[in-house]
Structure formats: structure tokens, C-alpha cells
Design a protein around this ligand. Structure first.
Ligand SMILES: [Zn+2]
Length: 442
């Protein structure tokens, strides 16, 4: 008697979150293997659910939907790769028969988890903790990226800002550029940079962190995992060329790859987002609604916006990160003192994207009289040389020179603005230009 699949539920589910998929039917026997669509591959690519994630009875199968199912070469042979389940049907197969469910499961997103040590059956959620003493995720941009051009630098900062705005994750971009190896899982420094001397590195980007998971006991007897160092390397070995336009327009040169897409994809991974295939069934033809963590990007394509599934995954990852359950010898949760204050207006009058990670605090906001501008940096202080006040439409209202007197705290008088409106304050230092939107009330 062949197995029969009668009912699969829930049809909307997530992977890597300890969610259980239930399959009802008959004649189930454990000599069958269970395949589903490969979240990290397109077309007909499949993954096999690991036996430890499955329970069997004759009429009921349950699967703890993993983010680390086994990738298959062709239809049956396992490879060493691990990828999350992607949206699609459930497939039971033995050497003789293959049964495919009529029901199609929508996997909204996948969270990368781990089994640590590897023999532990349960998938373990991974939290973000930084072991650098600053209680936050501090990224250092490699010199080989900043030296390519200023747009690569600006794109990187903007990409972190986008995640800050989407889910509140806090970043600090270190003022010191990194000059050591990009990938070093044990140096306690999270680095984003180019790798150009490895011809075997052919994908657009990679995120490394499994070499630097920390473990701790949370005081309740539970064992926890956290990321204490994570590195992102972007290929720049001549096999591809980048468009550094930061996605400001959708017009990408057809001969180049979108740098911003690759960056945001990798930063998504660094926040534990796994690859995701969303419905419809043929995602290769679903251009426009692909998640940021879709497994691939093609030349001349942009896919750099956070879609609904990505947003759900980020919310999930953040709620897991901010839970206060940890005690014992586990490090403190992320609490960072200075982080991205990402203004929406980063493309003011001349079309150049400036550094939008603002190390200055401007208050009070709203105001009708005087504004205090204070540096919140605790190491390198950038002196303000000039402040420009713009209308929200981009016309310059006033320019104030501080080149001789700029300090840690300065004050400007905005009483010259005679009606209630939003204005943009551009704080200009020797290196950067930071924009703040201020509400003037009269
Ligand atoms: Zn990826």
C-alpha cells in the first residue's frame, strides 16, 4: 500500500523557529525520506529533512521545520550543504515510489539556527552578542572597501541604516578602518570587506559566523549560543563588476551587479535570516516580490528592499534578541551607546549620498528658538565646520560657519525661521555631512 498524504498543516509556517509541520494520511513508513523545496536554490532544487527532525506513525508525520536541511544533488544524492526549507509541496520518496502533496506549504521566512554541539538534536536559536566590550554589534569597514570609492562606503552605512529603520537593530560603525584579514572568526572584530585574491570565491558575498559562536549557561541550566564575531566578505576578484549606485534608482547597468543588493542580503544573514523562497511556485519568474534573502541575484537586477517576509523575520530575530531571559555567565544583551540615527533625507541638494550615521544629537526637537548640537561620540570627535539649514524642498535657508569655533557642543539660533515647518539641518565636518530633520513650531 502506497502512502497517501491527506492533509498538511499549517500551510503558512516558518523554518528554523521550532515550528511543527503536520502531515496526516495513511501507510506512512519510515523507510521513506522527506524532501521539500530548497530555500537556498531555485527551480526544482530540493532539500531532505534530517531524520532527527521527523516523528513517524502510520497516520501522522510531524516535522520540526529546519533551517539546515540537507541539500540534494539532483533529486536524491545528499551534498554537504545545508539550507532552509523553501515554499512548496511535501514529497515522500523511497527507491520505488514518490508521493507529492497536493497542498503547498508557504514558508514565510527562515531563521538560521544551529545544532551545537552537532550531535544535539534540537535546533538552537542563536542570539547576537558582541564580545568586544562595547555591548553591541560594532562593524569595521575594511580599508579595501573604503579605498575602492566613497560610494561603496556610503552604501555600506546606508544598508546598516535600512536595517536600523526596519527593526531597530543597533549598529556602531567603528571609526577605525580594518586592515587585517576580512574573515577571521576569532579576532573579536566584525568586518565587512572585499576579497579579491580568492579565485574560488565566485558568489557575490558571504557571511561568516559559525566559527565564532559563543556558548554560555544562562543560569537556569539552559545552554545558549550567541554570535560574538561575524564577518561579511564581498567578492571583488574581477569575476564580477559592481554598480555602487546604492539603489537610488532602479536603473542598474546591465553589465554589473547591484552592490547594495549583495550588501543587504549579507547583512540580513548576519541577523540570522536564512535563505527564503516565497510562493508562487516558480520563484525564478517572480521578480519584484523576492525576499531580500532570496538565494541569488542576477546581473543587472536590483533586489534590495525588505519585503514582508524579511520584515517578519527581522521582527522575530529582534524579539528573540531583546528577551531578558539570559543570566548566568551569558554576556549582556545588545545595548549600544551610539548608533545609527538614520535620517530619511540623505539625498539632499546635490544627489550625493552622505554618511547618515549621525554622531551628533540635536535638541530640542521641535523648537522655535535655539538648538543645541552635541557630539555623542566617545572616542574620535568630528568638529562641525559648517551648518546649513535647508527647507524640506531643498532650498538653502542659511549657512553658518563654525570652522574656527566648532567644538563638542555648539548652539545655533533658528529664530530666523518665521513659520512652522520641517527643516533639514546639515552638519558638515571635514569628512562627512550629517542631516537631521528638525520641526520648527511658531
Ligand atoms: Zn545568501
Amino acid at each position: 500500500m502506497l502512502p497517501q498524504i491527506e492533509n498538511v498543516y499549517p500551510l503558512n509556517i516558518t523554518a528554523g523557529t521550532q515550528s511543527i509541520l503536520t502531515i496526516e494520511g495513511s501507510n506512512f513508513t519510515s523507510d521513506y525520506r522527506i524532501f521539500m523545496r530548497n530555500g537556498g536554490g531555485g527551480s526544482s532544487s530540493l532539500v531532505e529533512i534530517r531524520p532527527e527532525d521527523i516523528t513517524w506513525t502510520e497516520n501522522l508525520i510531524t516535522i520540526e521545520l529546519p533551517s539546515d536541511a540537507t541539500e540534494l544533488d539532483g533529486l536524491t544524492l545528499p551534498t554537504s550543504g545545508r539550507e532552509p526549507i523553501g515554499s512548496g509541496p511535501v514529497i515522500l520518496t523511497n527507491n520505488a515510489n514518490t508521493i507529492t502533496s497536493v497542498d503547498v506549504v508557504n514558508v514565510d521566512y527562515a531563521i538560521i539556527n544551529s545544532r551545537y554541539p552537532d550531535f544535539v538534536e534540537d535546533q538552537t536559536r542563536i542570539m547576537q552578542r558582541d564580545a568586544n566590550g562595547l555591548k553591541g554589534r560594532t562593524w569595521r569597514i575594511h580599508q579595501n572597501m573604503t579605498s575602492v570609492n566613497s560610494e561603496a562606503d556610503a552604501c555600506t552605512e546606508q544598508a546598516f541604516c535600512d536595517f536600523n529603520q526596519a527593526c531597530g537593530v543597533k549598529y556602531q560603525l567603528d571609526n577605525v578602518e580594518h586592515i587585517g584579514q576580512v574573515i577571521d572568526g576569532n579576532d573579536g572584530v566584525s568586518v565587512i570587506g572585499f576579497v579579491s585574491d580568492d579565485p574560488s570565491f565566485t558568489v557575490p558575498g558571504e557571511t561568516f559566523f559559525l566559527g565564532s559562536l559563543g556558548t554560555c549557561a544562562d543560569g537556569s541550566g539552559a545552554f545558549r549560543l550567541y554570535i560574538d564575531d561575524i564577518d561579511i566578505r564581498i567578492s571583488n576578484n574581477g569575476l564580477r563588476t559592481w554598480d555602487f549606485d546604492c539603489g537610488r534608482t532602479n536603473v542598474i547597468d546591465g553589465a554589473n551587479y547591484d552592490f547594495y543588493t549583495a550588501l543587504k542580503h549579507e547583512i540580513g544573514h548576519s541577523l540570522t535570516l536564512g535563505h527564503s523562497l516565497t510562493l508562487p511556485e516558480d520563484p525564478l519568474n517572480d521578480i519584484g516580490s523576492q525576499p531580500l534573502v532570496y538565494y541569488g541575484v542576477v546581473i543587472g537586477e536590483t533586489n534590495n528592499s525588505i519585503d514582508v517576509g524579511d520584515q517578519n523575520a527581522l521582527n522575530d530575530a529582534m524579539s528573540y534578541n531583546t528577551t531578558g531571559v539570559w543570566g548566568g555567565d551569558c554576556p549582556n544583551r545588545i545595548e549600544i551607546e551610539y548608533y545609527a540615527d538614520c535620517d530619511i533625507l540623505n539625498n539632499l541638494s546635490d544627489g550625493i549620498i552622505y554618511n547618515t550615521l549621525n554622531p551628533f544629537e540635536v535638541f530640542p526637537n521641535p523648537t522655535n528658538d535655539k538648538l543645541q548640537i552635541e557630539s555623542t561620540q566617545f572616542e574620535v570627535i568630528e568638529a562641525i565646520e559648517k551648518i546649513e539649514v535647508y527647507s524640506i524642498g531643498g532650498s538653502l535657508l542659511k549657512s553658518i560657519d563654525f570652522s574656527k569655533s566648532g567644538g563638542r557642543m555648539i548652539e545655533i539660533d533658528v529664530s530666523f525661521i518665521n513659520q512652522s515647518q520641517l527643516v533639514v539641518l546639515s552638519l558638515i565636518t571635514a569628512k562627512n555631512k550629517y542631516n537631521e530633520i528638525i520641526s520648527i513650531t511658531k
